[in-house]
Structures are given as C-alpha cells and as structure tokens.
Design a protein around this ligand. Structure first.
Ligand code: BTN
Length: 239
C-alpha cells in the first residue's frame, strides 16, 4: 500500500487526477489541509488544518468490473463499517454521505478520468470529520465529527492506515464482482420508510423511500408507483 502524504494541497482528488497516469493502482493521497477541498455539485469541503481525514484513492485496475456506477456506495459502506468501531447510529445517506442524527460526518466524491471515452481511472475522495468540533455557521447545525460524538481525540494517521487497508480489501472484492455491500447498505440506509423529496426530470417529486435495489438504485413509492432513482440527492420532508 502506498500512501502519499502532504501538509497542504489544493485537493487530494485533484492531485490524483493530475498524476494518475504515473501512479500505481490503489495509491492513496492524504493531506492535513486542502485549500480547494471539493464537495459534490461544485460545493466546497470545509476542514480545519490537522483536524480531519482528507484522502483519495486511485483505482486503475478494474479486474472483472465494467460498470462502476455504484463504487461510491461501496466506499460509503466501507467507511461506515470503519467508523462503526468508534461510534454507532451511523446511517448511509444514498448516494454519498454518512450521517448521525441527520448531521453529516462523511462526504465522498468519486471522479473518473477517461481516455478515448473509456474510463481509465477512478478517483474516490473521502472527507471524514474526526477532531474538528466547530464548523462555519452555515453548516454548524448540520455537521458533526467523531470527537463531538465520542468526546475523544483521534490520531488521524493511524485511522487512515486502518481505513486504507479496509478500502483496498473491499475494493478488490467489489472489482471481482462481489455485491454483498448492497445488503450492508440496506441495513444502514438513511431515511428508509420516510417521506423524501428528490429530483426527477428537473422537477421536485415526493415519495416514500422503500429500499435500495440490487442495481444500487433507490426504490421510491411515488403515489403507489415504484420509481427507481439512479442519481441525485434526497431530502427527508419533515411534517
Ligand atoms: C460531498 O459531500 O459533497 C463530498 C465531499 C468530499 C470531500 C473529500 S475531502 C478529500 C477529497 N478531496 C476533495 O477535494 N474532496 C474529497
């Protein structure tokens, strides 16, 4: 396992995206601080210096897999299992977050690099709030960390090694067509049975989140018809 560690980077995802051609499969890049940490949908990812896990892993050897649409779900399951050693009540919010009591503790951002319209490499970035205890005012009430949940302080270097080992083992299984992570996801799926909103054809729809299917899509009951959501974000509707 190769872990490249930086004191500061623009973004661990960007580093792997810029250097993927010369780096080995499963190279892991980590940093203590990102000047341009990225979230999904052009959001930024906030993380104070030296407080949290900021890492990305490069996947180049796809073994038997040809479709990677669920790789973020697999990584969410691995991170959930890893964090469950330290705290409980964690839920996996499809497709790429981990929450505790509706507060976000993990975000995952997968990006692909293609050559001649073929995926050549996949970069999976993982941000986990570990020791940070205050966040900027707009997200403070929506965000938590391992320290806030357990009142302990953690050694991020040790956690990164532990998580990296788990990730490589589970990615290997996934790439050899093991889909058992989907059963794990079913057990810890956020908002199961709840009324949620989601986007379909550019408009907001509502329905009851029933489950995740064998294809990784969300199964939603919308006016007594089943809809299979492939991508996007969901929100619980509180009455
Ligand atoms: C999201 O919740 O929108 C995804 C957040 C992903 C954040 C991680 S931190 C490490 C890696 N580098 C980045 O710039 N982003 C990901």
């Amino acid at each position: 396992m190769k872990i490249i560690k930086f004191n500061e980077l623009s973004s661990t995802n960007d580093y792997l995206k810029e250097n993927y051609q010369t780096l080995d499969n499963y190279t892991i890049c980590t940093t203590s601080y990102q000047t341009k940490g990225k979230g999904r949908i052009s959001r930024n990812w906030e993380s104070q210096k030296n407080q949290n896990i900021l890492m990305s892993i490069l996947v180049k050897d796809f073994k038997k897999r040809t479709n990677f649409s669920n790789i973020t779900l697999l990584v969410g399951c691995v991170v959930h299992k890893f964090l469950s050693k330290y705290t409980n009540s964690l839920k996996i919010k499809w497709p790429n977050d981990i929450l505790v009591d509706n507060k976000k503790i993990v975000g995952i951002l997968s990006e692909a690099k293609s050559i001649n319209n073929q995926i050549d490499s996949i970069i999976i970035g993982i941000g986990i709030n570990i020791n940070q205890t205050t966040f900027s005012s707009d997200i403070n009430n929506l965000t938590t960390s391992l320290s806030l949940l357990t009142n302990n302080i953690y050694n991020n270097d040790e956690l990164i090694i532990e998580l990296s080992n788990m990730l490589i083992t589970k990615l290997d299984n996934y790439l050899n067509l093991d889909d058992s992570y989907l059963n794990y996801l079913k057990d810890f799926l956020y908002a199961k049975g709840e009324l949620i909103s989601f986007f379909k054809d550019n408009t907001i729809h509502q329905g009851i989140l029933l489950d995740v299917g064998v294809d990784g899509k969300l199964i939603i009951n919308e006016n007594n018809e089943l809809f299979h959501l492939e991508s996007g974000e969901i929100k619980i509707i509180r009455k």
